[in-house]
Ligand binder design. Structure first.
Ligand code: FES
Ligand code: FES
Length: 156
């Protein structure tokens, strides 16, 4: 059986036409086909949040999403947020608040935070903690992550 599919994907503002196995996840398409390795593969089964991206502006676990489901949709990864010279405000706040140690969970944390801030779901530390609970951090940087997000929310 022919289980190839062609997928039109806009990633960080650039259009891509991909020819993929229909079972390829969005995470693997980003990393292996497009070389965008900022999005991390932690558990690969929906339990850690390291693979979080924005799909049409809403956060999404890319390891649980088939690339074929993203045809004609828009994906934003951490590479699309800012540059070294001009970081996104959430990236700056993470640096200022020491909100990472090894950094492995950080792209997913930042993508989740950006989406939550857009949606206004960052009204209190409790809300931030609850909304961020799907993004695990083995290094235990949680309180600094909350502080970074709170600062951006307060300055918005
Ligand atoms: Fe997707 Fe862990 S890699 S949730
Ligand atoms: Fe190491 Fe979060 S900074 S896992």
């Amino acid at each position: 059986a022919d289980d190839r599919v062609s997928v039109s994907l806009t990633v960080n503002g650039t259009d891509h036409e991909l020819d993929l196995d229909s079972r390829v996840t969005l995470l693997d398409a980003l990393r292996d086909e497009l070389g965008l390795t900022g999005t991390k593969k932690g558990c690969d089964q929906g339990a850690c949040g390291a693979c979080t991206v924005a799909l049409d502006g809403t956060r999404r676990l890319s390891c649980l999403t088939l690339a074929a489901q993203c045809d004609d949709r828009e994906v934003t990864t951490v590479e699309g947020l800012g540059t070294d010279g001009e970081p996104h405000p959430v990236q700056e706040a993470f640096v200022r608040h020491d909100a990472f140690q090894c950094g492995y969970c950080t792209p997913g944390q930042i993508m989740s935070a950006v989406c939550l801030l857009d949606e206004g779901r960052t009204g209190s530390d409790e809300e931030i903690r609850e909304q961020m609970s799907g993004n695990l951090c083995r290094c235990g940087a949680y309180s600094n992550i909350v502080a970074a997000i709170r600062e951006v929310a307060e300055n918005a």
